[in-house]
Design a protein around this ligand. Structure first.
Ligand SMILES: [Zn+2]
Length: 350
């Protein structure tokens, strides 16, 4: 079974490369077969157990999915963390080996990091992800992770999110829950923006507001560090995801907004990084990827057309959002569509 599926991937890889070569260099069209892969999913998350995952794949006519973990030994805020364990992923993979591609990102603080990932690699893990941790790219623990991935020759899926001050309250009555929401990202950060401006301008509630703020250091958010790592590890494939990455589709940004909004005036840094580094990819999953690609259709067309070999279709369990329609509306050639919908994922993982 294993040999059969590996041959299939090699065949897909060969056809995609051939399609690229013929359509760009020899001006002749050859159409690749479409394999559809959701490259960013979690099990036991948002109501998705392994059975529901396969139901979802069938209903959307997807061939398979990448199933990703989330592991932090000491999360900044316990209440905002959900452990997505590798054991549940392996269990789902053994039930549906042809539909699930298992990924695992052990917490980089583990002293046995390499032994752990190697152990699971032997059990079938094909990549490291989702790495969603409060480290910076140049930390020693990340060096250890990247050295390990280089040895195992597997890709990395990582989550970028900006630091902020999170507003916490102890009470749990309706009013406080409401306050908690509007001060922590409801309406894409707009309510926080205006309430905070009012508080600092008038001084009303300033002390009680400040007393309840706690610093969240962000996840892998430093672009300069990322760029250094892309240069340093050209043989490791990096797959970006998350609000801090996708906000940089545009150069102009409102720091209060969690997801960027409106027409884009100038290209953000992600265009430059895609251009410069062959080993940088991104998945479009989650609200961050979806709304970044929805905000300005002309930039989405440009991005997907130019970097069709770098963007991966994925949802992050946001199966209610029409990701596929977004991709199909970009007016791409069949070969480019094939790459985004699953070809890139297939080529990155074998
Ligand atoms: Zn995720």
């Amino acid at each position: 079974m294993r040999i059969k599926s590996d041959c299939y991937k090699l065949k897909a890889c060969f056809i995609y490369n051939l399609a690229d070569l013929f359509s760009t260099k020899l001006n002749y069209r050859i159409e690749a077969i479409m394999i559809k892969v959701d490259s960013h999913l979690h099990v036991n998350f948002c109501g998705f157990d392994s059975g529901k995952i396969v139901e979802y794949l069938d209903s959307k006519k997807l061939d398979k999915c990448w199933l990703l973990s989330w592991e932090e030994m000491n999360p900044t805020f316990e209440s905002l963390y959900k452990n997505l364990s590798i054991d549940n992923i392996i269990e789902a993979y053994y039930l549906y080996p042809d539909r699930i591609v298992p990924f695992y990102a052990p917490d980089p603080s583990r002293t046995d990091w390499y032994d752990v990932i190697k152990f699971y690699h032997l059990k079938g893990v094909k990549g490291c992800g989702e790495l969603k941790v409060t480290y910076r790219w140049l930390d020693d623990e990340i060096t250890n992770v990247l050295d390990g991935l280089r040895k195992l020759k597997i890709p990395l899926v990582f989550h970028m999110e900006n630091s902020n001050y999170h507003f916490f309250i102890k009470q749990s009555n309706f009013f406080y829950v409401f306050l908690y929401k509007i001060l922590n990202g409801a309406f894409n950060g707009i309510t926080r923006k205006y309430i905070e401006k009012f508080i600092y301008k008038t001084g009303f509630f300033k002390k009680s507001f400040q007393d309840r703020l706690q610093y969240f250091p962000g996840y892998m958010m430093d672009f300069a560090g990322l760029e250094q790592r892309l240069k340093q590890y050209p043989d490791v494939n990096f797959i970006a995801h998350g609000p801090a990455f996708w906000k940089h589709i545009a150069k102009d940004q409102d720091p209060y907004l969690i997801l960027g909004k409106g027409k884009i005036k100038e290209k953000g840094i992600i265009f430059e990084l895609f251009e410069k580094y062959d080993n940088l990819y991104a998945d479009m999953s989650g609200k961050s990827g979806f709304y970044a690609l929805k905000r300005d259709p002309s930039y989405t067309r440009m991005l997907l057309n130019e970097f069709y070999n770098k963007i991966l279709f994925g949802t992050d369990n946001e199966s209610g959002l029409p990701f596929e329609r977004l991709v199909f509306r970009a007016g791409l050639s069949k070969n480019k569509l094939c790459r985004i919908m699953g070809g890139n994922a297939e080529m990155l993982c074998y």
